[in-house]
Design a protein around this ligand. Structure first.
Ligand SMILES: Nc1nc2c(ncn2[C@@H]2O[C@H](COP(=O)(O)OP(=O)(O)OP(=O)(O)O)[C@@H](O)[C@H]2O)c(=O)[nH]1
Length: 462
């Protein structure tokens, strides 16, 4: 755990963060009040070209960020982002005449003025719908809003533009109440959206940005309400709106650069926890893989019935031991073992009992060998023992000890005493250059044959 996180500092840090966010959220209000109580309401800055350029820029940015938001939506299917994209584009389309009609401001100010509140209201509606869809199941790829849906949405936005134009030429056009009503409705909707976010704890780093920008949009509507066209409060309202807009655009860009989502963005500590979890999972999988590999290796080199090394593993080890013996001039011996009359055991007690005898035989032999010796099953009831650093005399003694141990006591299998004897051929590896495994095995085989021919239950060496 992060040390700072566990310390007494944490409540203060959280409190400080809350205060910071709160202050940031209401900073525009401080500027609004400052200007309200200090500005001369008669002072105006009526600059049409400046206004036209600024609004054009805002619309272009709105369309661009709307497009980026839509691309995020296409990637993630997050409906929140769809409504956000509609909010950006809806705002841009409805707001556009406010800039385009700047030259008409002196002739019909309402045609110029009504598009601002209308565009903010459209945006506030979309942003509320966005939050209501927060964490809704993602739209599946086949069901994401495409060109048809966009054309419909654009049609609605253009219709709103037309209605506003009709309204501007109607007898109620100059109603201050209507303009204030639209701004108030926007503030109310944004307030509901924020309240809903708090209630649902829809807060992560991106949603905090969203909440801040909504707070700024609401305050810009308030500034528009108390400002008059071209005065400084009116310009400040534009500026506050632009601040909120840039903040939200930053959030969208962050989403685009990370998860294409507002809901699936994690705090740094969540990311670290996830990273740790994934690392643990990967390490666990690696250990399991290593175990599986070891099991596979063991299976590939072991005789499945008896657990002795199989022929392949025995031959591989023999190669290594021959090379070592040659290099260090060490003795190396081989014992071939063959159980006597094993067919009779099978015939008399049955094949399964024969299997048990083979297993018990291997266990017994292994218990009598050194850890450095290797017992392998060559097939059927034939076995071989590789004895590194062992000369022929010592190896013969080992073989005899095994043979006598078998002959001396019957095997106890399933409460049956089964007599078992073995024959063995012992050789020392001929270590002159060029001699190899096959030569040693054929020599040992000859000795084994000798033991069998001499009546079995004995050891022959040479
Ligand atoms: N139960 C069991 N029997 C096996 C297995 N592999 C081989 N056998 C049997 O081992 C017997 C070997 O018979 P033979 O080769 O005639 O040799 P033997 O009966 O031991 O006679 P000698 O070697 O000449 O003493 C056959 O009956 C095989 O069926 C096995 O995995 N399980």
């Amino acid at each position: 755990m992060n040390r700072a996180r566990g310390s007494v500092l944490l409540p203060f840090i959280l409190g400080y963060r809350g205060t910071l966010l709160g202050l940031l959220a209401v900073t525009p209000l401080l500027a609004i009040f400052y200007l309200h109580f200090n500005q001369d309401p008669a002072r105006v800055f009526e600059h049409h070209t400046f206004h036209f350029t600024a609004i054009t820029l805002a619309i272009l940015l709105g369309l661009f960020i709307g497009y980026v938001t839509w691309r995020c939506y296409l990637e993630s299917g997050e409906r929140f982002l769809l409504w956000l994209a509609l909010g950006f584009v809806g705002f841009s389309v409805v707001y556009a005449p406010h800039g385009l009609l700047t030259p008409l401001a002196p002739h019909n100010p309402w045609l110029f003025l009504l598009y601002g509140p209308a565009s903010r209201l459209v945006m506030a509606v979309c942003f509320l719908l966005a939050v209501l869809q927060y964490q809704a199941p993602a739209d599946t790829p086949g069901h994401r809003l495409g060109i048809g849906g966009w054309l419909l949405a654009l049609g609605i936005f253009v219709l709103i533009d037309a209605l506003v134009a009709v309204w501007a030429y109607s007898p109620w056009n100059s109603s201050f109440v209507l303009r204030v009503g639209m701004e108030s409705a926007s503030i109310l909707l944004l307030g509901i959206t924020l309240g809903w976010m708090f209630l649902r704890r829809a807060m992560n780093p991106l949603m905090i940005i969203y909440a801040l920008s909504l707070a700024w949009f609401g305050q810009s509507s308030f500034a528009f309400t108390i400002g008059s066209p071209w005065n400084h409060q009116w310009w400040l309202a534009h500026l506050i709106f632009a601040g909120g807009f840039l903040l939200l655009s930053f959030g969208v860009v962050q989403a685009y650069l990370s998860t294409y989502s507002f809901a699936r963005v994690y705090s740094q500590s969540e990311l670290m926890a996830r990273l740790r979890q994934e690392k643990q999972r990967a390490e666990q999988a690696l250990v399991e893989l290593q175990h599986a590999n070891q099991d596979l290796e063991r299976l590939a080199s072991t005789d499945s019935l008896t657990g002795a090394a199989n022929r392949r593993a025995l031959m591989a080890r023999a190669e290594q031991e021959i090379a070592r013996a040659e290099r260090y001039k060490l003795p190396l011996s081989l014992i071939l073992l063959d159980l006597d009359h094993f067919k009779e055991i099978n015939d008399r007690y049955g094949h399964p009992t024969g299997d048990s005898v083979l297993k018990a035989f291997v266990a017994k032999v292994q218990s009598m060998l050194r850890p450095s010796d290797l017992l392998g099953r060559l097939g059927g009831e034939e076995f071989a023992i590789l004895l590194p650093e062992t000369g022929i005399e010592e190896a013969s003694q080992v073989a005899e000890r095994l043979q006598q141990s078998m002959a001396g006591k019957p095997m106890e299998i399933d409460n049956k005493a089964i007599p078992l004897t073995l024959s063995a051929g012992v050789v020392e590896f001929p270590l002159q250059q060029g001699s190899g495994i096959s030569e040693a095995f054929s020599l040992a085989d000859k000795q084994l044959y000798r033991a069998k021919n001499a009546g079995r239950n004995r050891v022959a060496s040479g």
